[in-house]
Design a protein around this ligand. Structure first.
Ligand code: KIV
Ligand code: ZN
Length: 390
C-alpha cells in the first residue's frame, strides 16, 4: 500500500510564541525559521502580521529568508488583517494566508453576537479576499472541535467554493476525545462535496493531554496536514508536539503515513527552541526529554545492554540523540556498572565486579546518581586499575 505524505505545518513562531514568557526577538525568530526549513517542515506559520509592527517585520524577514517551506501569516476574517498579511508575505517564494473565524455556537453567540448565516458569509468573503493576493489560502474554523458537524461541513463546502486550499479544523479548547476528533474529520471527508479540492488540517490543543492522539486520529481519518510546535509549546497546555506526531508515523509504518521531516535534527531543534524561548523541556517529554532514552532500573539496564530493542522502540540516533544512557543509581545492577566501567577503561573480572558493586551501592545510597568521576574513586577504593589499552 502506498505511503501518503502528511504535511507538517509548524506554528512554533505563532501559536507557540504567543505563550507568556516565550517571546522571541526578530533575530531569534529568523534563526528558528531557518532551522525549521532545514528540518523539512512544509509550512512555517511565521506570525500574525496585524498584531504588532514587530510581528509584521518578523513575518516579512522570514518570508525573505525561507527557501523551501511555505511561509504563512495568520489573520482574522477582516480585510485589514488580510491586507497586512499579504504585504508582509510579499517576498515569500510560497506565501500562504491563514484566515478564519469561530464556528461553534459559543463563539458565534458570545464572541461575535451573530448567527450562522452571517458567519458563513464572513468566512466566504475573507477567503475570496485573500485569494486576490495569494493562491494558497488556508481557512480555520475556530473551535471546530465544539462545532456541530453538519454546520462545519457547510462552512467547509462554502469556503472551498470561495478558493480555500486548506481547511483547518482546530480543536481550539483541547476538548475532543480522539474518537470524536477522528469522526469529525471522517464526517467532513464523507459529506463535503468538493473536499477533494482541499487538504484537511488538524490543529489540536493539549488541555486534556490529547493533542497528539487527536492529530493522529485526524490523519488516520483522512486529514493530510498536522499543525504543531517544537516541544508542544503553545497557548495554555500547548499544541500538538511536532516530534511526537512525526515519530509516531515513522514508528508505525502500518499507518502508511509519513512526513518530510529529517528526524535526526529533532533533538537539536528541540534544544535550540527551548534555549531561545527560555522554556525548559520536561525531562520525561516523549522523544526529546533528557530521560527519553535514559534507563535507570537494573532490569531495564540489563535488557538494554543485551539488546537495545528490549526497552527502546526508537533508536536514539534516529532523533539525533547519540547514546541511550544508562543512569547509575542505587537501582542499577552489576551489568550496568560493568558496562559503564568498561566505557571509561575498566574491564572487570567477575570477582572484581562483585567487589566493586558492593562499594558502588554504598556510594549510590548516598547520591542521586553515580557519575564517571565517582566510578574512578570506587575503583581506586577497591584497588582496581584501568585496563591496559590494547
Ligand atoms: O487554536 C486555534 O483555533 C488557533 C486558530 C487561530 C488557528 O490557533
Ligand atoms: Zn491554536
Amino acid at each position: 500500500m502506498k505511503t501518503d505524505k502528511v504535511h507538517i505545518f509548524d506554528t512554533t513562531l505563532r501559536d507557540g510564541e504567543q505563550v507568556p514568557g516565550c517571546k522571541l526577538d526578530e533575530s531569534e525568530k529568523l534563526i528558528i525559521a531557518e532551522r525549521l526549513d532545514l528540518l523539512g517542515v512544509d509550512v512555517i506559520e511565521a506570525g500574525f502580521p496585524i498584531s504588532s509592527p514587530g510581528d509584521f517585520k518578523a513575518v516579512n524577514e522570514i518570508a525573505k529568508l525561507v527557501k523551501n517551506a511555505s511561509v504563512c501569516g495568520l489573520t482574522r476574517a477582516v480585510k485589514k488583517d488580510i491586507e497586512e498579511a499579504a504585504e508582509a508575505l510579499k517576498p515569500a517564494l510560497r506565501p500562504r494566508i491563514h484566515t478564519g473565524i469561530g464556528t461553534s455556537d459559543s463563539h458565534i453567540l458570545h464572541k461575535f453576537k451573530s448567527n450562522r448565516k452571517t458567519i458563513i458569509e464572513r468566512a466566504k468573503q475573507a477567503v475570496a479576499y485573500a485569494r486576490n493576493f495569494v493562491d494558497d489560502v488556508e481557512f480555520y474554523a475556530e473551535d471546530a472541535g465544539r462545532t456541530d458537524n453538519v454546520f462545519l461541513a457547510q462552512v467547509c463546502e462554502e469556503v472551498i467554493k470561495s478558493g480555500a486550499t486548506v481547511l483547518n479544523i482546530p480543536d481550539t479548547t483541547g476538548y475532543c476525545l480522539p474518537e470524536q476528533y477522528g469522526e469529525k474529520i471522517k464526517y467532513l471527508v464523507d459529506n463535503v462535496k468538493n473536499i477533494d479540492k482541499a487538504i484537511i488540517s488538524c490543529h489540536c490543543h493539549n488541555d486534556l493531554g490529547l493533542a497528539t492522539a487527536n492529530s493522529i486520529a485526524g490523519v488516520v481519518n483522512g486529514a493530510r496536514q498536522i499543525e504543531c510546535t517544537i516541544n508542544g509549546i503553545g497557548e495554555r497546555a500547548g499544541n500538538t508536539s511536532l516530534e511526537e506526531v512525526v515519530m509516531i508515523m515513522r514508528q508505525h509504518p502500518g499507518l502508511n503515513l509519513d512526513t518530510s521531516i529529517d528526524s535526526k535534527l529533532l533533538y537539536d531543534t528541540s534544544q535550540m527552541v527551548s534555549d531561545k524561548m527560555g522554556m525548559p523541556v520536561q525531562p520525561n517529554k516523549a522523544i526529546v526529554g533528557s530521560n527519553a532514552f535514559a534507563h535507570s532500573s537494573g532490569i531495564h539496564q540489563d535488557g538494554v545492554i543485551k539488546n537495545r530493542e528490549t526497552y527502546e522502540i526508537i533508536d536514539p540516533n534516529d532523533v539525533g540523540v547519540n547514546i541511550s544512557s544508562i543512569i547509575l543509581t542505587a537501582r542499577s545492577g552489576r551489568a550496568a556498572l560493568a558496562y559503564r566501567a568498561k566505557v571509561i577503561g575498566y574491564e572487570l573480572s567477575k570477582v572484581q565486579l562483585d567487589n566493586a558493586y558492593q562499594t558502588f551501592l554504598s556510594h549510590a545510597d548516598k547520591k542521586k546518581e553515580i557519575v564517571n568521576e565517582d566510578i574512578h574513586l570506587i575503583m581506586k577504593e577497591v584497588n582496581i586499575n584501568p585496563s591496559p589499552v590494547s
